[in-house]
Write a protein that binds this ligand. Structure first.
Ligand SMILES: [Zn+2]
Length: 340
């Protein structure tokens, strides 16, 4: 099978890999119908995360089930499926509480590498959700978005307690931040403030439901939120970047008693305890339990209530994945879809 392998920072190749196969009886193998490149794939690409050698890439996927192991009960050959970027049994106490990304048996799909023609899905019954049938072609990007960025933005908006009457601010205008805007709108937020300096991303944020745009960053950005909210701050804030500046920007944009849903993978963030103490905010985040939301998100997409696939602004065949990585690294693209 053809698949993406990263050899070194900046060195991405598409090459022949050994076919994915059933290893555990709870596995499935899917034929991937669309994959994509994640912002987090850029950390090793930029040399910020170390590679231990040639590494298969990718953790977002949709596809058709080709084979299932002997102990797979619910997922069947031929099912069209969407799964989370973390495989989970969906039965342990952590999963039952809705935190499938931290399942006691979790497997990070990045260790599998889904930017490939075939992918092994561990814990198939717990991980995969079948769609009502084969999707129309125009629904494929949105279903793929549900695998990570939409589910992550959704969790962040839930963690920020987005709901009727609420003002929600979103730090980060990448695919996850934009998805969080969409989620906050769908969850009924009254006012949605998006931080962005990019005209195209501002436009998509407005299309997804943002009512206000703030271009300032850091504490200047947080001060602007206070200004827009009668001095109070937002009821809830989504943090979808993961830097020191963005984390404080999010915390300082929230009012005392407010909520911060943080889903940007943090790099070098340190929070001073005393500074945090006097903010009086709720912090809730981490790797999003996308699996919790997948059935609902698939239905919203199937019914064409939401169109999160708009976050993809570049589509390339799998064989041109290297160009996709370059485009995202150089910020020429927000999110790249790879066709198979
Ligand atoms: Zn579990």
């Amino acid at each position: 099978m053809r698949g993406v392998v990263m050899y070194a920072p900046g060195d991405v190749r598409v090459e022949e890999r050994e076919d994915a196969k059933i290893i555990e009886p709870t596995d499935a193998v899917i034929r991937v119908t669309a994959a994509c490149i994640c912002g987090s794939d850029l950390w090793p690409y930029r040399g910020i995360e170390a590679l231990t050698g040639p590494t298969p890439m990718g953790h977002e996927y949709i596809g058709i089930v080709e084979r299932v192991g002997d102990e797979v009960r619910n997922i069947k050959v031929g099912d069209y499926v969407v799964g989370s970027f973390v495989a989970s049994d969906n039965t342990c106490e952590i999963c039952q509480a809705g935190y499938q990304s931290r399942c006691i048996h979790n497997v990070m799909m990045g260790s599998v590498g889904t930017q490939a023609e075939l992918a092994r899905i561990p814990l198939a019954d717990g991980t995969l959700v079948a769609t009502p049938g084969p999707p129309d072609a125009d629904l494929v990007p949105s279903l793929l978005a549900a695998s990570d960025v939409l589910g992550t933005g959704w969790f962040a908006a839930v963690a920020a307690e987005a709901g009727p009457g609420k003002t929600i601010a979103v730090v980060g205008d990448g695919a996850v931040g934009l998805s969080a805007v969409l989620a906050a709108k769908q969850l009924g937020a009254e006012r949605i403030i998006a931080f962005s300096r990019h005209p195209e991303r501002q436009a998509l944020a407005r299309e997804f439901g943002a009512t206000d745009i703030i271009e300032e960053r850091g504490d200047a950005g947080a001060a602007k939120v206070k200004e827009l909210t009668g001095g109070y701050g937002a009821h809830g804030v989504v943090e979808a970047v993961g830097t020191q500046e963005s984390m404080w920007q999010a915390i300082h944009s929230a009012r005392p008693g407010g909520y911060v849903g943080y889903v940007g993978v943090t790099h070098g963030v340190e929070l001073n305890g005393l500074d945090l103490f006097f903010t009086s905010v709720h912090l809730h985040g981490g790797p999003a339990p996308v699996r919790r939301f997948l059935p609902e998100l698939i239905q919203l997409i199937w019914d064409r209530t939401i169109d999160p696939g708009k976050v993809f602004d570049l589509t390339l065949p799998l064989d041109e994945a290297a160009e996709g990585y370059r485009a995202m690294d150089e910020r020429r693209a927000t999110k790249v879809l790879l066709t198979l």
